[in-house]
Design a protein around this ligand. Sequence first.
Ligand code: SF4
Ligand code: SF4
Length: 129
Amino acid sequence: MSDNNFVRPWHGIPREQIDWHPTVVAERCIGCGLCVTSCGRQVFAFDYLSNKPVVLNGLNCMVGCTTCATVCTQDALEFPSQGFIRQLVRERKLLRRSKDELRANREKYDLMLRVRKCMPEACPAPEAS
Ligand code: SF4
Ligand code: SF4
C-alpha cells in the first residue's frame, strides 16, 4: 500500500517487485516513535492506541535504507538481509547499469563539474587552448 509519490522504480526495477521495508517487532518496541519521526518517506504511521509504529506505506521505503533500524535503541525493526540486496544487484546486472548511467550523465555526477558549480573560485574551469 502507498499513498504518495515516493514509489519509483529502483534502477529500472518496478518498486512493487522489491520486497524491502521494515517490519516492527512489537514485543521489543517501547513506542518511542523515533522511527516514525526519523523517516522522511512517510513509511510509518503511529498507532496512538497501541503505542506502536505501523508500516503503512512499505513501498515508500528507500531500497537499501535502514535508518529507522539504526536509530531504534530496542532493535525492534527488522529488514531483509544485506544479501537480499546484493543478490538483486547481481541478478538484475545493476553494476553494468550503474556504469552506463555514470557515462550517460557526466554533467550530473562529475566531481570537478560540481565543485566548480558551487565554488567556482576554488576550481576555475581550464582555459581553452
Ligand atoms: S524506534 Fe524502535 S522502539 Fe521506538 S517506536 Fe520505533 S520500533 Fe519502537
Ligand atoms: S529504511 Fe529509511 S526509508 Fe525505509 S522506513 Fe526506514 S527510514 Fe524510512
